[in-house]
Design a protein around this ligand. Structure first.
Ligand code: SF4
Ligand code: SF4
Length: 199
């Protein structure tokens, strides 16, 4: 064995003396709310107007804890002679947080940006059935969703902006106000005329 033999009780006292001088890291929740990172997974918020009832989130949820009901509605033609259209109307959207495992798949797969993480976590219930949040309650969580981070200055411009700056159909080619590049002069090849065989 190497080093001096120190009885365990002296080691313990030394550790106590060392840590007693350090500042405490006690979390004083609920008097002091925790400073959570902006991407904390507290609860899922629903932006109802963005939801098209496509069912993608409900199908991908590994826990089957998303419940969606909807019906079809006929939208009249916008102009005489036009076609009527059908659209889905959301009747029910609910997430059972007693089953949810906070994997975030539903938020990732939603093609219409209708679901968001909110860092709000204070929704514990004494009755497990109250953890089933209907769309009104899910919509209420939107107020606590943090604003998205600013775009990276060096990132490529958004596709929507690029598309909006393109000229309308029939306009000048190469973008508004831009002169198309000059073409290089065309090389004309001499034509070879084959003489007829006199034989
Ligand atoms: S976070 Fe995961 S488990 Fe929870 S509702 Fe979304 S897909 Fe389902
Ligand atoms: S939340 Fe998104 S993925 Fe789910 S039904 Fe609505 S639009 Fe579809």
């Amino acid at each position: 064995m190497t080093g001096p033999r120190v009885p365990g009780v002296l080691k313990g006292l030394a550790t106590t003396a060392r840590t007693a001088l350090r500042p405490a890291h006690t979390s004083e929740y609920p008097d002091v709310p925790p400073d959570l990172p902006p991407r904390s997974r507290g609860v899922i918020a629903l932006l109802e107007e963005n939801c098209t009832s496509c069912m993608l989130c409900a199908r991908e949820c590994p826990d089957w804890c998303i419940h969606i009901d909807s019906h079809k509605e006929t939208v009249p033609a916008p102009a005489p002679g036009g076609r009527e259209r059908q659209r889905n109307v959301l009747d029910r959207f609910a997430i059972d947080f007693s089953l949810c495992m906070y994997c975030g798949i539903c938020i990732e797969v939603c093609p219409f940006d209708a679901l968001f993480w909110s860092p709000q976590f204070e929704y514990a219930e004494t009755d497990i059935r109250d953890l089933l949040h209907e769309k009104e309650r899910l919509g209420g969580w939107m107020a606590s969703v943090p604003a998205p981070p600013a775009l990276d200055e060096r990132a490529a411009p958004p596709a929507e902006e690029t598309a909006a700056s393109r000229p309308a159909r029939g306009g000048p080619r190469g973008g508004a106000g831009r002169t198309p590049p000059a073409r290089p002069p065309r090389t004309v090849r001499p034509r070879v005329v084959e003489s007829e065989d006199p034989s």
